[in-house]
Design a protein around this ligand. Sequence first.
Ligand SMILES: Nc1nc2c(ncn2[C@@H]2O[C@H](COP(=O)(O)OP(=O)(O)O)[C@@H](O)[C@H]2O)c(=O)[nH]1
Ligand SMILES: [Mg+2]
Length: 448
Amino acid sequence: MFESISSSFSNAIKKIRFQDDEKALKKALAELKKSLLRSDVHHKVVKELLNRVETETKRAGIGKENFLKALRSALNDILKVEGKQGFVFAPKPPTVVMMCGLQGSGKTTTTAKLAYYLKLRKKRVLMVAADLQRLAAVEQLKQLAEQIGVDIYAQEESDPYEVVKKALEKAKDSLYDVVLIDTAGRLAIDEELMEELKRLKSLAEPDDLFYVADSLTGQDAVRSAAKFHEELGITGVILTKFDGDSKGGVAIGIAHQLGVPLRFVGTGEKMPDLEPFIPERITNRLMGAGDVESLAEKTAAVIDEKKAKELTKKIKKGKFNFEDFLDQLESLKKMGSLKSLISMIPGMGNMAQALKNVDLENSKEIKRIRAMIDSMTPKERKDPDLIMKNSSRKRRIAQGSGLTLQEVNKILKQFNNAAKLAKKFSGKKGMQDLQSMMNQMKAGGFPR
Ligand SMILES: Nc1nc2c(ncn2[C@@H]2O[C@H](COP(=O)(O)OP(=O)(O)O)[C@@H](O)[C@H]2O)c(=O)[nH]1
Ligand SMILES: [Mg+2]
């Protein structure tokens, strides 16, 4: 998220040679302006942002330090508007959230992503299929519900009003923490759609009404959001499809343009690809300082603390085995794309861009390793050393997994190296080592 904006930011900042005069400041501002407009930030927002930076830098005295400080504070002001951040629970459960938006914007997917996000945080969620315009819509939500293991209330061939009414009764009776209502959209805004949504809104009295917008539609997303806000009074925006070719600029301006906070951002088609939008953290990312808080939070939600401690112990002893490896792979899957994770590490924005197309789960290498592990006995999984020095075991595993003996040897060697690396990083100098490894990777190499 924001890789391209933050890299154009850092390029702009790098180009600045401050001689403490106004001409240098103007040049820096012009550079920023170019990159913001290129990223599709609305021109009025760009103007306001740069005016603030200019005024504040001049007030504090022209210089690189003051310029960066002014930029950081102006960005924060633009990103932050009055209202809630991320997911907010009602004082009394269930928290009721209604989704609205145009067809294809990602409402149904995002409903399930939010449910998954809450499930990982140990909440009981009921999703409500209130899009009865398209038959497939109910089926789609049902499938997602099954995939993530979250309850759904669905009743085909009836009025969405009745569905929502009964769903809310069920939620109260069965003590759900959160109710997420998926609604119908249209290709364009029309009277009928608005009427249906208004009816549902007055029935459900949602704690939050999220407008789900496709970030790829650029400034159109802001215009349609404004229309929905005028008619319905939305309390938050969720921008989807922030992966792909999104230039990202809409996310910088939308809250400021609407006066409604941007609450979440969808960064892929899979269920973990949803991130809360916290202005201060986004400013850090944009300024190239990474977002360690989000990374830590995301990790905490998917990794069992006890397990994590055991794992650390094992790693320190160099006892990382194949079962641990599978466990780790599962956790990673829950965390979403490698790219979005790496972009949270300070200074790693460019690196994330290079990883754009890496699909960890489906990579050829991971598939091979999985096949190999599937062909091992439980003992072998727990103790890689059993295999390392035993060629008949290796041959049996090769045969079982359809790999050649050479391939098995290669994977074993890589695994061994990885375990050594992990051990090394778990030590005192770990972070320094990691940094130098990352630099190596940035320079194009891959540590072996
Ligand atoms: N790449 C990407 N695709 C998304 C994202 N959110 C939704 N989609 C896709 O957009 C399409 C429409 O989504 P859907 O939830 O059915 O939209 P709805 O009509 O508003 O309910 C589907 O193919 C989704 O997989 C996202 O954040 N990233
Ligand atoms: Mg839908």
